[in-house]
Design a protein around this ligand. Sequence first.
Ligand SMILES: [Zn+2]
Length: 288
Amino acid sequence: MAQDRIARQCICCTSAELDRSPAVLMPFVAKRVFGHEPVQITEEWGLRDLQSGMAYTLCASLQCQRCGALFLDYRFSDAEMMSLYQGYRDERYNRERQRFEPGYAATVEHYEGRAGYIADVERWLEPRLPANPAVLDWGGDSGINTPLLGRSRLTHVYDISTVAPLPGVEAVDLETIKRHDYDLITCSQVLEHVPYPLALLAQIAESLHADTLLYLEVPHEALIRNNPGSKQLAGLKRHWHEHINFYTEQSLRELVSQAGLQVQEFMHLDVDLGWRNGTLLGLLAKRA
Ligand SMILES: [Zn+2]
């Protein structure tokens, strides 16, 4: 699939039938990714054909008319992804974000420590897995939210961040992954951030052996949840932040099948995140 700068195809099912509507890229993301700052266009600019007013980084909301995936038109490069996520939630990151989003600092504490809902995910996963499984968490940071941590015979994490892994977790590279046969590979809360989810999934699929289960998890965003089946969401999505892809159940299923995998089970999980309620979409897949 083409890796266009501005998406011309659905990021899940590759359909070119996309509905489009104007939106803004939130200033914090625009600053980190493009170096843009919001600016007041005034008479002094001397631009004869432009009106004065506040200018923000413009973008578009696209919705696939086939599978319902709703996404930002910009697809960030590797270097832009690095600048967006460098030092994620460290002191400098939080300070910069607080400048654009007053009140952000107060929410940061909610992301510290292991998320409570992981126990619900584990309850769903455990009966479907062999005892004492070998687990790889793709994009799992330090392993802080890796399912079955402490109950698996091996926990590997593959992540572009350079955060130190927790005790009992081993950070691995792609070569090490190739040498292992995992019972479970998880990729949680990642696909909503990445520019080319299909390319990522195809890469993960290469690490799956015949019996390996892949667990994928994304947020079931409120706009999708509250408008089931709607293909008219582009005009309702007026801003984009770090979640650049909003998934429907159908779009996730398409993504999995495009990557040569087969969905085994699908779940909608209501979770109490401690400070707000949310819903997750989760699925288990295997090689087709
Ligand atoms: Zn689609």
